[in-house]
Structures are given as structure tokens and as C-alpha cells.
Design a protein around this ligand. Structure first.
Ligand SMILES: Nc1ncnc2c1ncn2[C@@H]1O[C@H](COP(=O)(O)OP(=O)(O)O)[C@@H](O)[C@H]1O
Ligand SMILES: Cc1ncc(C[n+]2csc(CCOP(=O)(O)OP(=O)(O)O)c2C)c(N)n1
Ligand SMILES: [Mg+2]
Ligand SMILES: [Mg+2]
Ligand SMILES: [Mg+2]
Length: 324
């Protein structure tokens, strides 16, 4: 593989954003920032064997997800994504056409948001494939949705449905099985091709005080992060959490997928109860699915509680954790 040929091939022939002064081709990218806006920057890394298996996911799937999970972090701030940079550590077994396919799939996703590829880095490695994507987004000044925004009395909500991605992973890894081919395909697709909730995040940013987090490590983890950042406690009703209608048929412990599974890349958040109905209506008007799953409680304890029937038990900060 020729490093310089590869860079030439992946360099976009034109850019959507006119404020880019220098894209790929110099020591660093340069763009002009916009008055009245704040920039949002995030980075996430995916490693073969940890975040995906190259034996089970195509190069296109890997590229798609590496970009999607970063767009999801921009959504979780209420922002809109504009630029991305891609760093690749490529093992010797990977050929140029596989890498190009990764870029093509990233490019297709990026185009949906008019995002521009403005840089990156390419190195060889004796280890597994590592892909690191940085995304830069923007938001009107003062509109970001922080984890610290929750207050007692707020409504707790999630977008979409939870548990599908980790059920898809369990199917991929053959930890569970189903005869329902259509269901299996759907869940695996949810795992490989999560949809960043940019539109939901944008709607949130129009409200006074929304706390937001995207669900990468599992609902329990993300809710605990909001509780800690906001110094509040949260009550969640087990039977209100949206999930795929067939999920419970897959495994007796299907609730673990919903609460601790992760990688749904839906948004979980809180909004003032006065704003909730207007917000839910605005989401419905834009075909964005949101569901109330609980409320921020008055207690002084900084904890998340799961309510089912007469039981109210702490929802532990359990979910995906590296180094465990
Ligand atoms: N190695 C690191 N160096 C500096 N900051 C980091 C590092 N790893 C994570 N962070 C920061 O810690 C915070 C939480 O990271 P993370 O749990 O990965 O968030 P997310 O789940 O949204 O990707 C973020 O602000 C992130 O930028
Ligand atoms: C082969 C494989 N094993 C396990 C998982 C499950 N998994 C890996 S990382 C992760 C959590 C999200 O990744 P992380 O690096 O923590 O992203 P971040 O929280 O920073 O967005 C999960 C649920 C997977 N996707 N693929
Ligand atoms: Mg991260
Ligand atoms: Mg996140
Ligand atoms: Mg994580």
C-alpha cells in the first residue's frame, strides 16, 4: 500500500463548507470559525477485537460506525457536525481497496450532514486495525445540552428503542440465537449501523435546560453520569423503557440488553416538566421518537433507581467498561 497514493485517493474533490481555508494537504487543517457559534470537538477510537471484529464486520461497516459514534457525541451536546478527521493504524493484512471502502462508507454518512473530511493520519502497525475519528461540530452560543443540566422534577426521556444493538452483538457472537432471520438481521444492523440522533439533539438545543448523553456504554451508565454531573437522583420505570417488541423472546435476561447493553447510540436526557409536552410534540412533528422513562427526583442521594412493581432498587453504574 502506498501511503501517499491512498491520501490522494481519499482527498475530497470539493468541500461543502466554504470556511475551510486548508483541508487535506498541509501540516494541519485551517478553517474560519463563525461569529455567534461555539465549536464542539470529540474523538473516539475503535479497535479490532474490542469494538468490532473484522471477521464479522465489513470495512464499510467499520468506517460507518467509527464516524457515526462521533456524530452521536455531537448530537449528545445538541450540536450539528461539520468536519471530521480520520486516523488509521493499518495492519499488513489490509489492502488498499478495503481502506478505500471504509472511506466511501464514511463519506456517504458524512454527506447526509454535509460534513467535510479535513485531515487525518495514516500509519502501519503490527497490532490490530485502529481507527480514530475526530468530529468538529457547531452550536449557537449558549445552547449546549450538558450532563449537568438536570434538576429535580424534570422529565427523563430516551430517543428510539434500547437493547437492540447489544442483542445484535450477542447474535453476531453467537451467544444467543433466533430462528427469526428478519429479526436477527434487524438487530445486527442496529449494532453495525447505529443512527446518530442529530435531529433529536437539535430539537433539545432549542429548549432552556436539557441534560443529554448518548448511550454508548449502556443506559445505567449514562443515567448515572447525568445524576453525578447534576448532583441529583433519578427514578426510572422499567416498564416505560422502549424496546423492540420481540426482544424479550431472544433471551430470559433480555432486560440486561436494555439496561446495560450499550451502543444503541440513542440519546437519554432530562427536560423541565413544563417543556415536556411541547418538546414531545415537536419531536413527533419531526418523526423523532421520544419516550418518557422516569423523572428526576427530589432526594438528596445522588443515585439512579429502577422501579418495577413495588420495588425501587438502585440501578448500578454497570455497563461496558474498558480495563475490566
Ligand atoms: N485519554 C484521554 N485523554 C483526555 N481526555 C479523555 C481521555 N479519554 C476520555 N477523555 C475525556 O473524558 C470524557 C469522557 O469520555 P468518554 O467516557 O469516552 O465519553 P463518551 O462516552 O461520550 O465517548 C470526555 O470529555 C473525553 O474527552
Ligand atoms: C467484538 C466486540 N466486543 C464487545 C463489544 C461491546 N462494546 C465494545 S466497546 C463498548 C462501549 C462503547 O465503546 P467506548 O470505547 O467505551 O465508547 P465511548 O463510551 O467512549 O463512546 C461496547 C458495548 C463490541 N462492540 N464488539
Ligand atoms: Mg469516548
Ligand atoms: Mg458520549
Ligand atoms: Mg465508553
Amino acid at each position: 500500500m502506498d501511503e501517499f497514493e491512498l491520501i490522494k485517493k481519499i482527498t475530497p474533490s470539493s468541500l461543502s463548507h466554504r470556511e475551510v481555508e486548508i483541508g487535506i494537504g498541509d501540516d494541519a487543517a485551517v478553517y474560519e470559525s463563525k461569529a455567534g457559534y461555539e465549536e464542539i470537538v470529540c474523538v473516539d477510537t475503535m479497535v479490532d477485537g474490542v469494538h468490532f471484529l473484522s471477521s464479522h464486520s465489513s470495512p464499510g461497516d467499520i468506517g460507518y460506525k467509527a464516524l457515526a459514534v462521533n456524530i452521536s457525541d455531537i448530537a449528545a451536546m445538541g450540536g450539528y457536525p461539520k468536519f471530521y478527521l480520520v486516523s488509521l493504524a493499518i495492519p499488513s493484512g489490509w489492502n488498499e481497496s478495503a481502506i478505500e471502502t471504509m472511506y466511501e462508507e464514511m463519506n456517504k454518512l458524512a454527506k447526509l450532514y454535509k460534513m467535510d473530511l479535513i485531515g487525518g493520519d495514516t500509519v502501519s502497525t503490527n497490532g490490530p486495525l485502529v481507527i480514530t475519528v475526530t468530529v468538529i461540530g457547531e452550536i449557537e452560543k449558549g445552547k449546549v445540552c450538558l450532563r449537568s443540566h438536570a434538576q429535580p422534577g424534570d422529565v427523563v426521556f430516551v430517543t428510539g428503542e434500547l437493547g437492540s444493538s447489544s442483542a445484535g452483538l450477542a447474535l453476531l457472537l453467537e451467544k444467543i440465537s433466533t430462528k427469526d432471520e428478519g429479526l436477527a438481521q434487524y438487530l445486527i444492523e442496529r449494532h453495525k449501523r447505529p443512527k446518530p440522533q442529530i435531529e433529536a439533539g437539535l430539537i433539545c438545543s432549542h429548549y432552556e435546560r436539557v441534560a443529554l448523553n448518548d448511550i454508548s456504554d449502556g443506559l445505567a451508565n449514562e443515567l448515572n453520569e447525568i445524576a453525578v454531573a447534576s448532583r441529583v437522583s433519578i427514578d426510572i420505570y422499567q416498564n416505560m423503557i422502549p424496546k423492540h417488541a420481540e426482544l424479550h423472546k431472544l433471551h430470559t435476561e433480555w432486560e440486561k440488553f436494555v439496561l446495560f447493553g450499550g451502543e444503541d447510540f440513542e440519546l437519554v436526557g432530562t427536560i423541565s416538566s413544563q417543556d415536556w409536552e411541547r418538546f414531545a410534540q415537536e419531536c413527533a412533528d419531526h418523526q423523532v421518537s421520544v419516550t418518557q422513562i422516569g423523572q428526576v427526583s427530589q432526594e438528596s442521594d445522588i443515585k439512579v433507581f429502577l422501579l418495577s412493581g413495588q420495588n425501587r432498587v438502585p440501578l448500578e453504574k454497570k455497563g461496558y467498561q474498558h480495563f475490566k
